[in-house]
Ligand binder design. Sequence first.
Ligand SMILES: C[S@@+](CC[C@H](N)C(=O)[O-])C[C@H]1O[C@@H](n2cnc3c(N)ncnc32)[C@H](O)[C@@H]1O
Length: 217
Amino acid sequence: MSGPDRSAALAQYRRRAAVYDLELALFEPVRRLAVERLALQPGETVLDVGCGTGLSLPLLHAGVGSRGHVVGIEQSSPMLAQARDRVRRARWRHVTLVESPVETAPIGVRADAALFHFTHDVLRRPEAVDNVVRHLAPGARVVATGLQWARGWRRPLNLLVWPAALRSVTTLEGLERPWSHLERLAGPLDVEDLMFGAVYLAWGRVAGSRRRTRSGR
Ligand SMILES: C[S@@+](CC[C@H](N)C(=O)[O-])C[C@H]1O[C@@H](n2cnc3c(N)ncnc32)[C@H](O)[C@@H]1O
């Protein structure tokens, strides 16, 4: 199966930008849980990888406080335009938005934490994950969430996962373990099933030279 397709992704989010926030409402509890797992501290720097319209920015900004720094990275102009509006309306300083594919983004900080919230196309590009991990401090926390193929007796749920994935990603490659490149590059992750196994939450710390896996999946 082939990997993510950049021009298809740009077209997909150009079409979707206007209705995106509404469509994501169902998954807001997952977002809150994901940001909670980042365990942000005042004054820290956090990366919002594939930040989209900036729906995570309020929680991330609250987590690092006014002395902290949030860096959002996003390749879709119409999605990022909404994130920019959000930042302007809230008058947040110390939120930097970078318009770029994650794989070549000039990240320019060493971060304490990184969030990959519903960013399957990013997670399935090893060079994108590598660029993020290279900009994380030793011991930095990483959290990834998103759709996954449900397993075992929950497999019939994939009749819902499939159309939802087709609407938001350009490859189904890796949907059984979307976090696998992150785990290889950052270190062992814990993985929890949410929403009856249709969504995963993976989290861990950048582990330097350790490369064994903890998820067991
Ligand atoms: C499902 S949206 C998630 C947006 C946001 N993280 C959220 O929680 O609402 C996926 C986002 O990833 C972006 N994206 C996909 N591939 C990317 C890449 N290689 N570099 C930067 N952004 C990418 C898309 O443009 C889209 O905005």
